[in-house]
Design a protein around this ligand. Structure first.
Ligand SMILES: [Fe+2]
Length: 304
């Protein structure tokens, strides 16, 4: 540019709103965090420290409070976090690839529209359970039996990876942060252009929630250091950092309040917005791994 050229510099990428995963400017992010902190009912379950916060907490449904109360003491231990990092670390020459990184690569091949994350079924079995024995992480062949879906799921979010915008339909549930950090953007309804209701960051011990009528549509993102490159479709991080969350989703018949409006919308599937076509799709919520397998793999992992 010459000294006489008065044209303003091009907007940085973030001010165009095109930045993944939330497509918002810094100023919009600030506003959405304020909105999230003031949302009614409260987006996060917690002990009120002011009268108005108490009123926002009071409006959270009793079925949700019950789920949150039962989860409040859950944590991953330091050695479990260390072993998870070991299995998420990017592959290096001469080092065996970790089980979780292997699953991320398998999932990336199936869907390049958003960076993959891992769903671990706390009951039943997972789609990739066999990889644990196939690649020598476990000797035993006694793989769990049962359903591939689970009402209780541990989700592992590699740094800078994220979900599509998706709806939990008619379920009632919680998103309880166990490790790292997770950003949750909540939307008014399931549409690429839906109004954003608020943005929050969960840290360990904090719990977000949803029900059929409230906060059922969201997108989850791990904002931690992912290493080289910029996140987006096809991205795969290059660090071992991660966030972890514990999810419980009760079907309508599992809560005290039932909605008899004829729609079948259980935790066995959810609707989401495809990142490429911006159109609505349907996804069967299978789990990638079972906790009984992962727990044994973590226990067998040598840590330095
Ligand atoms: Fe979700």
């Amino acid at each position: 540019m010459s000294m006489t050229d008065t044209k303003p510099p091009a907007d940085p990428p973030e001010s165009t709103g095109a930045k993944h995963p939330f497509h918002i400017t810094k100023e919009e992010e600030r506003q959405l965090r304020l909105q999230g902190a003031q949302a009614v009912p409260s987006l996060v379950i917690g002990q009120a420290t002011s009268f108005d916060e108490y009123a926002r907490q009071l409006m959270i449904p009793p079925a949700v409070m019950d789920l949150a109360r039962k989860a409040e003491d859950l944590r991953l231990s330091a050695w479990e976090i260390e072993a998870l990092r070991h299995h998420l670390a990017p592959g290096e020459p001469g080092r065996k690839m970790g089980l979780l990184r292997r699953i991320l690569h398998a999932k990336q091949g199936d869907d390049v529209s958003h960076p993959p994350y891992i769903r671990v079924a706390c009951s039943g079995r997972g789609h990739y359970d066999e990889l644990a024995t196939k690649h020598g992480h476990l000797d035993s062949k006694d793989l769990p039996e049962g359903d591939i879906g689970s009402p209780v799921v541990l989700e592992i979010w590699p740094a800078q990876h994220y979900s599509p915008i998706h709806s939990h339909g008619h379920t009632t549930g919680i998103v309880f942060c166990l490790a790292g950090q997770l950003d949750v953007m909540v939307y008014e309804h399931l549409d690429w252009n839906a109004t954003k209701l608020g943005l929050l960051t969960l840290t360990p011990g904090q719990c977000a929630w949803l029900s059929k009528d409230t906060y059922a549509v969201h997108r989850v993102f791990c904002p931690m250091n992912g290493g080289d490159g910029t996140t987006g479709p096809g991205y795969m991080n290059s660090t071992d950092e991660f966030g972890a969350s514990f999810h419980v989703y009760l079907n309508p018949e599992g809560t005290a309040v039932e909605h008899h409006d004829g729609d079948s919308n259980s935790r066995d599937s959810f609707d989401y917005i495809d990142e490429d076509g911006k159109d609505q799709r349907h996804f069967a919520t299978h789990s990638d791994l079972s906790w009984s397998i992962l727990r044994r793999v973590l226990a067998n992992t040598p840590l330095t």
